[in-house]
Design a protein. Sequence first.
Length: 277
Amino acid sequence: MNLVALQTFLAIVRTGSLVRASAAMNVTQSTVTSRLQTLEAELGQTLVLRQKNGAILTAAGIKLRRYAEAMTQLWLQAKQETSLPPGVDAICNIGVHADLWAGYGTLFFDTLRRTRPSIALSVWQGDDSRITQWLANGLVDVAFSFAPPPGQAGQTLHSLHADRLILVGTEADRPIRHDPGYIYVEAGPDFEREHTAAYADADTAKLSFNNAGWAVAHLRQHGGSAYLPHRLVAKAIDEGELFALDGAPEFQRTCFMVVRDSTNAYAGDITAFLDRL
């Protein structure tokens, strides 16, 4: 299959139109059209519907997108690993949920940089479903996520210490219930269910984030309260910038590290990292 045609297809997906895809790839629109038609002819399927306001994917296009992303990423990874510069003997691709970068992600990253300077590192941020997909496709070697992926041969799952989700506020006397400045921070289906049960009488929060780091930044700028991982706010609590609100229920969120068994080049470093936790 033509890799350039796949890259062109993904450019159409990202930009939403053939015109914008041609600008993004610095080619003519006729070139984009020709590449798309070649791909459609090879698959025997219409992938994109052209409309006045842009392009939308057909059912076949939606299915192809996942494979196209995997194939182009595998090609990039192959290029990286077959053209390593002198002094670099391996590359480690790390997939990390955004809310786990501060803590487990940075600790593992810094550990490898310190102990194995001959390893090149590449960090990919994604949600749990995307990380699971990357692992299944062999695009990442090590992953940190909140949801354990379905059991797959060639992968080892390690349970990490669960995140403590605590209610913090920008003032020590903020109410733990009915706070007009409360921010709901998404933390998975278990937290959603338990939070709903614990605050059954509460109004729906006027603000919500799906990224804990963004919620912290908003609190610092505008004030309020939110449930956040203790590891993320511990320093701010120690410095008096945020306050753990007494009497509020706490929640936990499971965390996992998944390692592809083919990562022999740094298996010892992974064991040492886990022993330190």
